[in-house]
Design a protein around this ligand. Structure first.
Ligand code: UTP
Length: 297
């Protein structure tokens, strides 16, 4: 019988070098899109998908993440005194229930695979989800919920995938597809960051995974791959002969908030969706578009 996905791992131990100097003293995952940190979007997605245990793999300088998911008594008392109920609610929205959250620490940022491996004692012998906060997904049905729905049918390992231009395959983990049925692609292999002419397809993995515990044993070998890092995709590839592996073309839009362009686009897209800000953002955009056209002419 397939085990329910109850646990989610949030690897937040990376250095975030592409966002320096912003990330010198602040975790990349705390960067806000409009008015909410990236990590809170990921946790909300996991909550909506029925996750009950939230496991953060943190590192040096990441304590703001722990504070964010806890009470801020001074702030809450001050807001309550002033009768600022909406603000009080916003501050409490990120609270996780007692005992629902665990933090473990990745002492050296040796790669995503290593970060996930650091959570092995907490995930135990259960399958689990992994969410990378810097991949922000806008979707009617949360991306992880879509994946769990599929998992309940197929079992095994599941990753969220999307097609990328062939020229960009060297930025992603790419699936070697054996067959496709609707939005589901069955894979016989995957390659981390292949050159465009060597990529087995253009189906790239985004930061959402459902993994079986077997992957932890593979990660335990501590083998390094692309970029000298311990890669999660390499460990998954090594279990493919015994664990079914599928990619789900999820319905929704993914913003790569680990890159500046993706982060800026996410600000615009999420602001446009907001009732309180959509109109103002549209007006700002139209003004800047005119300015940009004038500057270009
Ligand atoms: P990235 O590949 O974007 O790396 O990690 P990074 O260090 O955060 O950022 P850059 O490339 O230097 O700008 C994707 C996710 O995996 C986590 C990161 O915190 C991020 O959420 N990660 C990465 C770890 O937890 N540990 C690592 O060793 C590497």
């Amino acid at each position: 019988m397939k085990k329910t996905i109850r646990k989610a791992v949030f690897p937040v131990g990376g250095l975030g070098t592409r966002f320096l100097p912003a990330t010198k003293a602040m975790p990349k995952e705390m960067l806000p899109v409009v008015d909410k940190p990236l990590i809170e979007y990921a946790v909300e997605e996991a909550k909506a998908a029925g996750i009950e245990e939230f496991i953060f793999v943190t590192g040096r300088g990441k304590s703001a993440i722990e504070d964010h998911f806890d009470h801020s008594w001074e702030l809450e008392t001050a807001l309550a005194k002033k009768g600022k109920t909406e603000e009080l609610e916003a501050s409490r929205a990120s609270l996780l229930r007692p005992g629902q959250v665990a933090y473990t620490r990745q002492q050296d940022p040796l790669g995503l695979g290593h970060a996930v491996w650091c959570a092995r004692r907490i995930t135990g012998d259960e399958p689990f989800a992994v969410l990378l906060a810097d991949d922000l997904v806008m979707a009617d049905e949360p991306c992880l919920s879509q994946m769990i729905e599929v998992y309940n049918e197929t079992g095994g390992n599941i990753v969220a995938v999307m097609d990328v231009p062939r020229s960009q395959t060297d930025r992603y983990g790419i699936l070697d597809v054996v067959s496709e049925e609707g939005r589901l692609a069955k894979a016989r292999g995957l390659v981390e960051k292949p050159k465009p002419d060597e990529a087995p397809s253009t189906l790239s993995i985004i930061g959402r995974y459902i993994l079986q515990p077997e992957v932890m044993q593979e990660l335990g070998r501590q083998q390094t791959g692309a970029g000298g890092e311990i890669q999660l995709t390499d460990a998954m590839a090594r279990t493919i002969d015994r664990v079914p592996f599928h990619g789900l073309r999820f319905a929704g839009t993914r913003f790569d908030c680990g890159s500046k362009e993706g982060f800026l686009e996410a600000q615009i897209a999420f602001a446009l969706q907001r009732e309180d800000l959509g109109g103002a953002m549209a007006e700002i955009l139209s003004r800047y578009c005119v300015d940009a056209r004038v500057a270009a002419s």
